[in-house]
Ligand binder design. Structure first.
Ligand code: ZN
Length: 381
């Protein structure tokens, strides 16, 4: 299985300019000047794509998706559907990190790991977190550390809810213990051992995480708080947290105007711009979709209108806003859904166009619309 993409403008995510890119089976094997990879005999069977006028990026990583569906708040009828491969690759996502959410009973770790394995069998790359909102964490084996060490798909714990009326209101000691167990699992297995934290709307914001950094030996690199743009107060704290070296995950939105005007969220493009202006390192920021999570929709007067569902489509939408609205360089914005999550979550071979890396690629037009998606060297969309 060979694929030669010729004369394409490569963002790796850093801008490499026009290149030819050769993949063999599931790996990128050669990146060279246009016209310098000859179609000699052994490449005779290669599929050749003329990339003239198009842009090549790494496949996107959506690092927070409720792959089993989410919701169930307000009753069983509100449970949202599972993620499908078609709906991920359609929007350029070739790597997904799955999590449970509010409900860790109706959906459990057996089902989450099974779904993660299923997504892999269907051709994309998939990982998951152990646990749900709750502490104590309901694991697959009998411990967080063992889950991370012994279950290949599990890369950390989450999403643990803090500052939220739906959280288990963990004490500092309980929260620190979860962080310690997760870190140990990561250390022993060579994985990131990340604690993915659901940030709620509550006024305590990042208090628990900041206390762990001040009072224990656990470093900021162990945490990835998500939904950090959900309100202004939390977002301001998140800037300070990121300036200390912490990574932060923005939640993208499909209907960006609605969430900014009705729900007081910090628009991702403005948030990213503010982080950069404050001096946050660009590689500390990620964007995820909260895919398949339930999104209650209200009118301006606060009337409940219905339940929406998060979608990975928001990733590219937010990147376009960053580029076209706030003029953040494409390479910087793109890194938030490629190289940054790959580095922070230590997803080996992911998130970059580099020789030896996995052949997960998106071909876009110059307006940044998806033309083609390749996962592990195979055309999937
Ligand atoms: Zn959440």
């Amino acid at each position: 299985m060979m694929l030669l993409i010729q004369n394409i403008d490569v963002y790796a995510p850093q801008h490499l300019g026009r290149k030819d890119v050769l993949t063999i089976n599931d790996k990128i094997v050669r990146i060279a000047e246009p016209g310098t990879i000859p179609l000699i005999t052994f490449l005779a069977d290669a599929t050749v794509i003329d990339g003239t006028g198009a842009v090549l990026t790494p496949g996107f990583i959506d690092c927070h998706v409720h792959v089993l569906g989410g919701g169930g708040e307000g009753g069983f009828a509100n449970r949202t559907p599972e993620a499908t491969v078609e709906n991920l690759v359609k929007y350029g996502v070739t790597t997904v990190v799955g999590c449970l959410g509010t409900d860790g009973i109706g959906r459990d770790m057996c089902a989450l790991v099974a779904k993660t394995k299923g997504l892999r069998e269907q051709g994309i790359s998939a990982y998951c977190y152990t646990g749900s909102y709750q502490i104590p964490v309901h694991t697959l084996t009998d411990s967080i550390t063992k889950d991370i060490m012994m279950i290949e798909e599990i890369i950390g714990t989450g999403e643990i809810a803090v500052s939220d009326h739906r959280s288990s209101q963990p004490t500092f000691e309980e929260f620190a213990r979860v962080a310690a167990d997760t870190r140990l699992g990561g250390v022993l297995s060579g994985k990131a051992g990340i604690i993915n934290i659901h940030m709620g709307d509550g006024p305590r914001c990042l208090d628990l995480v900041n206390r762990v950094l001040e009072e224990t030996e656990i470093p900021a690199s162990q945490f990835l708080p998500t939904h950090i743009n959900r309100n202004e107060k939390l977002f301001r704290e998140a800037i300070q947290y990121a300036l200390k070296g912490g990574a932060v995950d923005f939640t993208g939105n499909e209907d960006i105007d609605y969430w900014e005007t009705i729900c007081d969220e910090v628009r991702v493009c403005y948030g990213m711009q503010r982080m950069l202006e404050a001096g946050v390192a660009p590689d500390r920021m990620t964007i995820s979709s909260d895919g398949q999570g339930s999104l209650p929709i209200y009118s301006k007067d606060g009337e409940f209108l219905g339940m929406g569902v998060g979608q990975s489509s928001c990733l590219l939408k937010e990147i376009k806003e960053c580029v076209f609205k706030t003029h953040i360089p494409f390479a910087v914005a793109l890194a938030a859904i490629t190289a940054n999550p790959a580095n922070i979550l230590q997803l080996k071979g992911k998130g970059k166009i580099e020789e030896g890396y996995d052949a997960d690629l998106c071909i876009l037009d110059t307006s940044l619309n998806i033309l083609k998606v390749i996962a592990k060297g195979k055309s999937v969309h």
